[in-house]
Write a protein that binds this ligand. Structure first.
Ligand SMILES: Cc1cc2nc3c(=O)[nH]c(=O)nc-3n(C[C@H](O)[C@H](O)[C@H](O)COP(=O)(O)OP(=O)(O)OC[C@H]3O[C@@H](n4cnc5c(N)ncnc54)[C@H](O)[C@@H]3O)c2cc1C
Length: 384
């Protein structure tokens, strides 16, 4: 029997769904359905100040755990402080922000299918609403070719202050293996920090035991003694090399979709929080006009972004296909010597024509012939 318990039912209660619920606030009753009882657990999501506009930073504010002025990058023989602000949300801060909202309901169940006005659960029950949204995360598709940013991180408490005052978004001074390898550091307070070992890799597999050892070795090399590991997180994020958005959307049902389910992520950095924030704004603007209007608005935004992101997919191809794995660090180091406003616009996905020309000109850090072969975004097998 159908149950009608909410204005909006969202299948999947990860980042994009939680942000949509936060953005709607008291404006509508939202039911979040996830197969996992604690879908936000084990995540830290970060963004650069320039990724969002002031109004977006404002409504996201209650979910932010920590904000910093500036961030560092480190390469062999070259370190740089970037002025750009950085902020992080985690399961506790985002969970607390939405649990205080009056209209939010939760259900732990596996969703079998989603249509415009409801979901069918794996046990056959149907839940109806004015609008249903699909936010069930990434599913591989022949219209997108990806590689991986993969990591294992530990939030640790040290025996003495670590001395960091801002995040180190890349410490690439470490030996290179399995692609581009670096450590990512978020200093939450004087004694506590997240240490993540990260790879831009051709392979999606993690090696948890080895990575835990690498984190311990890295901490020891900084002179830090770990008193306690409070939690661990892992991730394998898609990095897009080729995406035929028209073929992808032609095959999708006319249901509002957000997050990685809608392939909404930065092709080069793998970040998806800014896209999820923009989707949340769009939902708040259009949900009362019904599912068709909302689905169309979200689809238009996705297609527009996918077309505008072609340059970043080209850079992903340069990194993964033109550069040998052990030369990827060289490509990144060259990029981080460029002017800071250009770097900020690349993070935000708003690079200008002049930025693109600047990134591609000069002595190429990859073999010219291989770089030229990367230029066209042609699939080896054309998606249907
Ligand atoms: C550890 C980690 C750190 C990250 N850090 C950043 C960052 O710093 N900045 C950034 O922008 N991005 C970051 N990302 C990338 C990106 O933000 C995440 O991938 C993000 O969670 C994607 O949001 P989403 O809502 O699309 O999918 P998810 O958050 O993956 O949520 C999808 C949810 O759907 C549920 N689900 C799937 N199928 C079903 C089903 N059939 N029935 C019911 N439920 C279902 C899943 O259980 C899951 O909870 C990180 C990712 C990870 C894993």
């Amino acid at each position: 029997m159908a149950q009608h318990t909410a204005d909006i039912v969202i299948a999947g209660a990860g980042l994009s769904a939680a942000l949509a619920a936060l953005r709607l606030g008291a404006a509508g009753r939202v039911l979040l359905i996830d197969q996992r009882p604690d879908p936000l657990a084990g995540h830290t999501w970060s963004f650069h100040d320039g990724d969002l506009d002031p109004a977006q930073r404002d409504w996201l504010g209650p979910a932010v755990r920590r904000r910093w002025n500036g961030q560092d990058v480190r390469f062999p023989g070259y370190a740089r402080r970037l002025r750009s602000g950085y902020a992080s949300l985690d399961a506790d801060s985002l969970g607390a922000a939405i649990s205080g909202l009056p209209g939010i309901g939760r259900l732990t169940a596996r969703v079998a299918s989603v249509d415009a006005t409801g979901v069918v659960l794996a046990d056959g029950r149907r839940i109806e609403a004015r609008i249903a949204i699909d936010a069930r995360g990434f599913v591989p598709h022949p219209a997108i070719e990806v590689r991986f940013q993969k990591f294992l991180g530990q939030e640790v408490r040290l025996t003495a202050p670590h001395g960091l005052t801002r995040p180190v978004i890349m410490d690439a001074t470490v030996p290179q293996q399995d692609g581009y390898r670096f450590f990512y550091l978020l200093p939450f307070d004087d004694m506590r920090l997240l240490i993540e070992e990260t790879y831009y890799s051709d392979r999606a597999v993690l090696s948890p035991e080895r990575q835990r050892g690498a984190i311990a070795d890295y901490a020891a090399a900084q002179g830090w003694r770990i008193a306690q590991v409070d939690r661990e997180e892992t991730g394998v994020l898609p990095i897009a090399l080729r995406f035929d958005a028209d073929a992808f959307w032609k095959a999708q049902p006319p249901v509002p979709a957000i997050g990685l389910r809608a392939m909404r992520f930065h092709p080069l950095t793998g970040y998806s929080l800014p896209q999820a924030v923009r989707s949340a704004d769009l939902i708040a603007r259009h949900w009362q006009q019904g599912p068709q209007t909302l689905a169309l608005a979200l689809r238009r935004l996705s297609l527009h972004e996918a077309r505008a992101q072609g340059f970043y997919r080209l850079l992903s191809r340069m990194l993964f296909e033109a550069a040998d794995p052990d030369r990827r660090r060289h490509v990144m180091q060259r990029f981080y010597r460029l002017p800071e406003p250009l770097i900020e616009r690349l993070y935000a996905g708003t690079s200008t024509l002049a930025d693109k020309a600047r990134i591609l000109t000069g002595r190429p850090p990859v073999p010219v012939g291989r770089a030229l072969r990367c230029l066209p975004e042609t699939f080896k097998v054309k998606p249907a």
